[in-house]
Design a protein around this ligand. Structure first.
Ligand code: FE2
Length: 393
């Protein structure tokens, strides 16, 4: 019998082309009179912010915009924004952007009702009071932050990413409108899209996966794998963008509840020292970690192969599962992600230290389908360095 598990999502998730227009009505339902849109400068300069401010103003809501969110935000970024809005009495926050803007919005909402040092909220369930109401609107198809209940920030003191994990970080409303993602450039579409695919595959095969997350994750793999190439190479293809937006949302729901595993654990040290973007690091490592993991759950990896559109008729379960590894490597290369660690500046001499760092991330490693220690992690990094699966047994 399964141990008990909890499945959480935002109370309201609105999807579809043009759905961003509903932000005004949703804000009214949350009692908004004065709203703050939280975003970054690059996005604000594109004029996309007006797609959110107009429907709010049409409802008679006073709207301010703050575009101070920086990529991979440190705690200091959140603290600076919190100081600049102190005493302004906003009653609803609206996060607009990629994962960084959405995570900052989550943190601001709870900081307004939990006074003190935000660092005291790091960890699981440290947030006592529900935050002020907030709505999250992603403009990339990748992080799934609009439906997860964690927020990740860099601590400038040790350059380590730290997370606040609390159900209070789920938004009151998530609005996922694929039209907002149409102008995302190919490289970002590829990296964020592959990150979403990693969320789906890792959560589907995770130790904490349940029937509820399995259904959502498997369909996310189908949607993303059938449309990522089109979204990257034909950005105006709205049907492909819709698949990516929906796939990323579903992958986020699965990730939020089942968690991720060794791909993310091995990717984090690459982000720190080598500044490899999160999605690129995940995508690069995925086929190698999958090669290691396959043996632990052949049925699920064979299902992944089918969800990726591979024909597994007549194959043994083992061969069908292996097909998922090959298909994933092909997809990653097709969208222009580097295939080896040497392509992103890692040398053979770096591998031992990377493995040591990844080996400390028990939270993720314990959720991986196959048990692994620093020795196995080193073998996976070596395989990813050589671009061959030979080191993986
Ligand atoms: Fe991720």
């Amino acid at each position: 019998m399964r141990v008990s598990s909890t499945f959480r999502t935002p109370g309201v998730i609105i999807t579809g082309i043009g759905s961003v227009q509903q932000v005004g009505g949703e804000a009214v339902k949350l009692g908004a009179r004065q709203a703050l849109v939280v975003t970054d400068k690059v996005l604000n300069a594109t004029g996309l912010t007006a797609r959110v401010t107009r429907p709010l103003e049409a409802q008679g809501i006073t709207v301010d915009v703050i575009d101070e969110v920086v990529p991979e935000p440190p705690f200091e970024n959140v603290e600076r924004i919190a100081r600049s809005i102190a005493g302004r009495d906003y009653d609803v926050l609206i996060g607009l952007g990629g994962g960084s803007a959405l995570d900052v919005t989550k943190a601001l909402a709870i900081m307004l009702t939990n006074p003190g040092d935000v660092r005291e909220l790091i960890g699981i369930d440290k947030v006592r009071n529900k935050g002020i109401p907030f709505i999250l609107i992603p403009t990339t198809a990748g992080t799934g932050s609009e439906v997860t209940y964690n927020a990740i920030f860099t601590d400038a003191k040790d350059d380590v990413k730290k997370g606040i994990v609390s159900p209070h970080l789920l938004p009151d409303v998530a609005i996922v409108d694929a039209e907002l993602t149409v102008s995302v450039p190919p490289k970002v579409t590829a990296a964020t899209g592959m990150d979403a695919l990693v969320h789906a595959v890792e959560s589907y095969t995770a130790g904490r996966a349940t029937e509820l997350t399995d259904g959502v994750a498997l369909h996310a793999i189908q949607l993303i794998s059938r449309s990522l190439r089109s979204a990257v190479y034909s950005g105006n293809n709205i049907a492909a963008r819709e698949d990516m937006a929906m796939g990323s949302l579903m992958a986020g729901i699965s990730l939020g509840n089942a968690g991720v595993g060794a791909v993310h654990a091995l990717a984090y040290p690459l982000g720190g020292k080598f500044k490899v973007p999160h999605g690129v690091a995940n995508s690069l490592l995925l086929p190698y970690v999958m090669k290691y993991n396959v043996i632990a759950n052949l049925t699920k990896f064979a299902n992944v192969a089918n969800a990726l559109g591979e024909n597994t008729d007549g194959l043994s379960l083992r061969d069908a599962a292996e097909k998922a590894v090959q298909a994933m490597a092909k997809l990653s290369q097709d969208v222009g992600i580097p295939a080896t660690l040497s392509d992103v500046g890692v040398t053979a001499a770096d591998i031992a230290l990377l493995a040591e760092e990844a080996g400390k991330i028990d939270r993720l490693l314990n959720n991986n389908p196959r048990w692994l220690t620093v020795k196995e992690i080193e073998a996976i990094y070596r395989a990813a360095y050589d671009g061959s699966h030979a080191a993986i047994v």
